[in-house]
Design a protein around this ligand. Structure first.
Ligand code: SAH
Length: 369
């Protein structure tokens, strides 16, 4: 018996190929996609516009398989965090952040993270593997299911951000079909303005993304010079700031995109001084970018501290005076460890940092064909 295909792994084009190989019409992909992603129906026998014999074939050859939800934590500010156990025992985290005007789902892309940003709890956990497309898409499906039971008039999730555990651009091959499903009118139908991918700066894949998919790009800049950024975001040694900003410029020049968001974590005494703000203004000149200041969220065994409120506001004011749009990210879900950089999950057989360094990056950054 051949292994069943998990349909959550397939974007609509791949689903169409799946059906045409079986001699079916392409529009079957549209129908199945709507059942699964829009109506939340995963039992083939309940898909009433699919004929009996095709349903039988699907039962034999396909499945819609999910991870298991093992924890559902609710913060006093309304933020929710789910822990999902994957088939191999690894545990990932997904966070839902409601505000008065939107509901944002923060989705993970890797078990742990391949990067080692020194101020991030996920990095301290190490890395095990990339998530499959199905495991990425399942986070949105399950959140929809738990929040509203797929009642369309009551859509709780209006925005998706790839800002959970992991570096999405080092899992490009699996992330891209997931992004396409998020924006597909026969699946989740989110507008491209409402889907954001955050990266620590994998330059070649920023350029690739510009060609492949029209999503908002957020970049974890965090420092205005290479010396400091090398320390905070060691990936900078591979892709230094000038290359990163050039890639961002290309991103904003192509398609219908207008600007990128620069994320900047506020670390006391490290990157929050007047000179840093001035340098930041200088290096961003000519780039359509807004700046999102993120107060540092603490976690166990970190020596970093968050800048105080006065410093954060002064930093913002200086940037704003130069004409930039600057926002300060509100910390949400801290009491359940759901805030930026606090996601840890549980990682099986994590690779040590030295073992990770031995992996050639091009083996991980599986490029989309
Ligand atoms: N790997 C991707 C996405 C994951 S993190 C990236 O680097 O962009 C999402 C954002 O939270 C990033 O900007 C990240 O740098 C930031 N972050 C990580 N740890 C943090 C912490 N302890 N406090 C505040 N923000 C943090």
């Amino acid at each position: 018996m051949t292994e069943k295909t998990n349909l959550l792994n397939l974007d609509r084009e791949a689903l169409a190929v799946f059906f045409t190989r079986h001699g079916e019409k392409r529009f079957r992909a549209d129908q199945i996609s709507q059942w699964i992603h829009q109506f939340g129906v995963v039992d083939f026998d309940k898909m009433t516009n699919i004929g009996k014999s095709l349903r039988g074939w699907l039962r034999e050859h396909a499945e819609v398989a999910f991870p298991e939800m093992i924890c559902n934590a609710l913060s006093k500010d309304g933020t929710r965090k789910w822990l999902f156990r994957l088939h191999d025992g690894n545990v990932i985290e997904t966070v839902f952040i409601p505000t008065s005007s939107r509901g944002t789902l923060c989705i993970s892309s890797q078990v742990g993270c391949i990067l080692d940003c020194t101020f991030c709890a996920t990095a301290q956990q190490g890395f095990n593997r990339n998530l499959t497309t199905a495991e990425i898409v399942a986070q949105l499906w399950m959140a929809n299911y738990f929040l509203s039971g797929f009642v369309r008039s009551d859509r709780a999730i209006s925005n998706v951000v790839m800002m959970g555990m992991g570096e999405p651009l080092y899992n490009y091959r699996n992330v891209l079909p997931a992004l396409r499903l998020f924006m597909d009118d026969f699946a989740y139908g989110l507008s491209s303005r409402r889907v954001t991918l955050s990266t620590a700066g994998v330059v070649p894949h920023i350029l690739k993304l510009a060609d492949d998919c029209d999503v908002n790009l957020a970049v974890s800049l965090h420092a205005p010079n290479d010396e400091l950024r090398n320390k905070l975001v060691p990936l900078n040694r591979r892709f230094p700031i000038n290359e990163l900003l050039a890639a961002c410029k290309k991103y904003t020049d192509s398609g219908s995109r207008r600007e990128v968001t620069m994320e900047y974590v506020m670390l006391e005494g490290m990157n929050d001084q007047l000179q840093h703000a001035q340098k930041l203004i200088k290096i961003l000149r000519g780039l359509p970018a807004k700046i999102n200041l993120i107060p540092f969220n603490t976690f166990k065994d970190t020596s970093y501290r968050c800048s105080n409120n006065h410093t954060i506001h002064r930093f913002r004011d200086i940037l704003q005076a130069s004409g930039r749009v600057v926002t300060i990210r509100e910390a949400r879900g801290q009491d359940i460890d759901a805030a930026c950089g606090q996601l840890a999950g549980k990682i099986q057989n994590r690779l040590t940092r030295s073992a990770m360094r031995a992996i050639p990056m091009d083996k991980i950054q599986v490029a989309a064909s």
